[in-house]
Design a protein around this ligand. Structure first.
Ligand code: KG4
Ligand code: ZN
Length: 348
């Protein structure tokens, strides 16, 4: 089965072609970073308008570059939520319209299920069951995954998502938007011993997270440093603060992941979502799972952040599992992943 995937839930327009026999045939992402940079965050209306502008040219380019004929497409997958409602509606309307015109089925895909399944696009995919850490700009969740659509939430952030904490702390440090990757880059040259940030909620039992306190801690530490440095932070201090913040987030995520795999007796940990592109997190989680006698899996960095490939893959599995949806659609800005239907295990 050959599926076209469309992702427009936030500030990236992503399109991809996935074939269940041949794998990923091609994908393209257009990032709106430049549009939102001057506002320091995503402006929903500007995001929707840019998806409208970019989605069709991006699709044409994808078909052109891969040389795939649209007549060979068996189905269309689009992100229906969670995300920004106006942005979601663009992908949903385009996906559903093309499906109607091409007389193929269309399927609404859950954005976080897309992230969760992205490691399946790699040459050595993980086998079910596994524990997944989903870390993006909007979510921080630990999920037990028994199969596609069989998700049990083990824990989640009670306030800010890990990516959101990265972005907000980067903003406090006056780093250019988008802050998360920028802060991670600076942390590389930071001194790990100069500042120590707390590891929130690790002393408490359970698998929930809380990251909003870290941002406040960063603000207080930064203000102290500013006073000491006469009003302006030196580049080294910014790097040292970045390193202390990143270490705190990475340690916290790692401690909870270790707890989750031990608790569920699992030897496989999957990590996905934008923050899973973080190099230190990937290395530390890999080392931790090796020590536990297991292994960690994550997508290549370009498939950690939002993309159409993960949507095409997830949609393909659902279509193969027999999902049949009516022509009408609704975007679902809020959509609990545990409410998804299981895809029959024969197709998994
Ligand atoms: O999955 P994603 O592209 O979009 C959402 O579904 O939210 O994740 C974006 C988030 C942002 O908060 C961004 O700062 C963060 O992922 N991120 C990173 C890195 N790359 C992206 N955070 C830390 N280190 C990185 N290298
Ligand atoms: Zn995402």
């Amino acid at each position: 089965m050959r599926v076209l995937g469309i992702e427009t839930s936030c500030d990236e327009t992503g399109v991809a072609l996935f074939d269940s026999d041949q794998g990923l045939l091609g994908h393209a992402v257009h990032s709106q970073t430049e549009i939102h940079a001057e506002f320091g965050g995503v402006v929903p209306e500007l995001a929707s308008r840019d998806h409208v502008r970019k989605v069709l040219p991006l699709l044409r380019g994808l078909f052109h570059e891969t040389g795939i004929e649209r007549q060979t497409i068996d189905g269309i997958a689009y992100t229906a939520g969670p995300g920004l409602v106006g942005a979601l509606l663009v992908g949903a309307a385009v996906g559903r319209s093309l499906a109607w015109a091409w007389k193929v089925p269309a399927v609404a895909v859950h954005h976080m299920e897309g992230h969760l399944l992205a490691p399946m696009l790699e040459s050595e995919p993980p086998a079910f069951p596994f524990v997944a850490l989903l870390v993006s700009g909007g979510h921080t969740q630990l999920v037990h995954v028994a199969g596609i659509g069989c998700y049990q939430l083990l824990g989640e952030s009670l306030d800010d998502a890990a990516g959101e904490a990265f972005d907000k702390t980067a903003k406090l440090l006056d780093l250019p938007y988008p802050g998360g990757p920028e802060l991670a880059k600076l942390a590389e040259s930071g001194n790990p011993d100069r500042y120590h940030f707390p590891r929130p909620m690790v002393d408490r039992p359970g698998l929930d997270f809380s990251f909003s306190g870290l941002k406040t801690f960063a603000l207080n530490t930064l203000q102290d440093a500013k006073e000491r440095e006469g009003g302006n932070l030196s580049a080294q201090t910014v790097a040292d603060l970045s390193r202390a913040f990143e270490d705190a987030v990475v340690d916290t995520l790692l401690i909870k992941c270790r707890r989750a795999v031990r608790q569920t007796n699992s030897k496989t940990l999957v990590m996905a979502g934008g923050v899973s592109a973080n190099r230190r997190l990937r290395r530390r989680i890999g080392e931790m799972m090796a020590k536990e006698g297991g292994a960690a899996y994550y997508p290549r960095p370009e498939l950690c952040t939002d993309n159409g490939a993960m949507i095409a893959y997830a949609g393909c599995q659902r279509l193969l599992g027999g999902t049949d949806e009516p022509l009408s659609f609704s975007a679902r800005p809020r959509w609990p992943m545990e409410s998804l239907e299981a895809v029959s295990s024969e197709t998994n």
